[in-house]
Design a protein around this ligand. Structure first.
Ligand SMILES: Cc1cc2nc3c(=O)[nH]c(=O)nc-3n(C[C@H](O)[C@H](O)[C@H](O)COP(=O)(O)OP(=O)(O)OC[C@H]3O[C@@H](n4cnc5c(N)ncnc54)[C@H](O)[C@@H]3O)c2cc1C
Length: 498
């Protein structure tokens, strides 16, 4: 085999296919909701341009720098993301953000980014998980404060990121599923004190941890009954009693720091207690906690599925780029039937997994109550809305507990069958997308043999990045059980999963 001598081996940058080749469902939807789909198209194009023009040159070099020095942090990539508005894209325009939050934009955006660098997508995914988690507490006071910091950080080129810390050294899978919480061996906990709360414990494997300015931390007030009284807190990186522990050395997503967070009598003032599920009078609504966690996971598992599709497509595109230029017995690889079959198998994985994450997005749009998955009314996208949201009197109403309670109640109106549909579709998206990524990574390395295992071809990095997608947002084993429970299990009385 004669390998080509190529200058930019990491991806087939000529693009090739466009939006209309990939998203038939959205193209049909365009006839009914042209404004929303126009937003998705615009967001997809912007992502594609950013990734191909600005991200591609750094993908392999940043991976190498992280490999050589375990303490290295890819600040240059964080600044690049900030310069191009990548940290505030989904923040609504009334908070000063990019306003690309059309629900159907999330998947195509994550796919496009992951096709070029799944690690970069993981890095922004940690920040996104923090923003989604915060948004779903409906604490508009803290949300507005954080959103404005993200926007200001981009303008001043001092990027502001957050993360979301749930996993503990002794509780990973068990804190990804509401029904497993009572069995979880949680050690971290919060205690109410005058003027705020004290946090103690440890969180591990927190994406974006070393890069975040503030941490969104989840801990129960009551270790014996975490679902009954759970808390969510904002902890600034310089808070007394907080420190960063290890930056994990891991096999993939090297540009995304994954960190240990340590809390030793860390005081959180009242205004930074973002949520407490117990209502203060000794009562609480366990359903409130369940619906919040399920909604966060419904969104993030759909997105991880799209990351998987992106990773699988990245492997396919890299192989295609090399196959067009590699000679075998006097003919290019794309001219050999065996190679065409293999390329088609990789393409099949991409197309089938894409249709699952899109269906999962539509499941969210169809079933989630509270207007959360719908597009913003146009009036909220005007300059006037921006001025209104900055107004002190308006903030009093917007930040009120009364409004927050109304929003939470609306979300709680999501019907049980709607909740189940979101659950099994988002788990399906996550499993099918990440499995497609692993399969394509494996095929790509086999197809290219020694070129497949060379770092400078980009294929082995894609393969390393793929494996991690099967683990976070609940392992694929757990998500398989979740699919069984919420789809088949509902129709099999007496069969218990958890
Ligand atoms: C790159 C990366 C980034 C991450 N980012 C974050 C982050 O930003 N924030 C955060 O909070 N966490 C994060 N995590 C943690 C992640 O959510 C956990 O790794 C994941 O939930 C699995 O938990 P665990 O690793 O403790 O595995 P364990 O829970 O110890 O599971 C070990 C094995 O047992 C199986 N298993 C366990 N319990 C069950 C069960 N009840 N039924 C069936 N099988 C079971 C699992 O499927 C798995 O195969 C990240 C992890 C990685 C790898």
């Amino acid at each position: 085999m004669v390998e080509p001598d190529i200058a930019t081996p990491s991806i087939d940058t000529d693009g090739g296919f466009d939006f209309d080749d990939h998203f038939f469902g959205l193209v049909v939807l365009e006839k009914h909701d042209p404004r929303m789909v126009a937003k998705v198209r615009e967001s997809w194009l912007k992502t594609r341009r950013f990734c191909r023009e600005h991200l591609v040159p750094h993908v392999l070099s940043e991976d190498r720098k992280n490999m050589a020095d375990p303490q290295y942090i890819s600040w240059d990539l964080v600044r690049l993301a900030a310069r191009h508005g990548q940290l505030s894209r989904f923040i609504p325009p009334f908070f000063g953000g990019g306003g690309e939050g059309a629900p159907a934009a999330m998947g195509p955006y994550a796919e496009e980014q992951s096709a070029v660098d799944t690690g970069f997508s993981g890095m922004l995914g940690g920040h996104g998980l923090g923003l989604v988690g915060l948004a779903l507490t409906f604490n508009m006071r803290v949300l507005q404060r954080v959103a404005e910091k993200v926007v200001a950080g981009e303008k001043s080129e001092t990027p502001y990121l957050i993360d979301a810390a749930i996993t503990e050294p002794t509780a990973g899978t068990d804190v990804e599923e509401v029904e497993l919480y009572p069995k979880a061996r949680l050690i971290s906990h919060a205690k109410k004190v005058p003027g705020g709360a004290i946090l103690n414990g440890r969180k591990v494997f927190i994406s974006t941890g070393h890069m975040a300015s503030d941490h969104l931390v989840f801990m129960p007030f009551d270790l014996k009954d975490p679902v009954h009284d759970y808390g969510c807190f904002i902890v600034p990186k310089h808070a007394k009693g907080f420190s960063l522990g290890r930056k994990e050395r891991k096999m993939g997503h090297l540009v995304s720091t994954v960190s240990e967070l340590i809390f030793e009598d860390c005081f959180v003032p009242e205004e930074d207690i973002v949520l407490q599920t117990a209502d203060g009078s000794g009562g609480s609504d366990p359903d409130r906690f369940a619906v919040l966690l399920e909604t966060v996971l419904g969104i993030t598992r759909t997105a991880v599925g799209a990351m998987g599709v992106g990773n699988a497509r990245g492997s396919f595109e890299r192989v295609l780029a090399l196959a067009k230029r590699t000679l075998h017995k006097g003919r290019t690889l794309v001219n050999q039937q065996w190679a065409q079959t293999l390329l088609t198998n990789m393409h099949i994985n991409v197309v089938t997994a894409r249709s699952v994450y899109l269906e999962s997005t539509f499941a969210l749009m169809a079933n989630l109550e509270g207007g959360l998955a719908g597009p913003l009314p146009p009036v909220l996208e005007t300059a006037l809305a921006r001025r209104v949201f900055a107004n002190r009197w308006f903030k009093k109403v917007f930040h009120s507990e009364k409004l927050r309670a109304r929003m939470l109640d609306q979300l709680l109106e999501t019907k049980p069958e709607g909740r189940a549909r979101i659950q099994f579709m988002s788990s399906l998206s996550k499993v099918v997308g990440s499995d497609a990524a692993m399969e394509n990574g494996h095929m790509a390395v086999e197809f290219l043999s020694r070129a497949g295992v060379r770092h400078d071809r980009g294929v082995e990095k894609g393969f390393r990045d793929a494996k991690l997608l099967q683990i976070f947002e609940g392992t694929n084993q757990l998500n398989r059980l979740n699919i069984f429970k919420h789809y088949l299990g509902r129709r099999l009385p007496g069969v218990k999963v958890f």
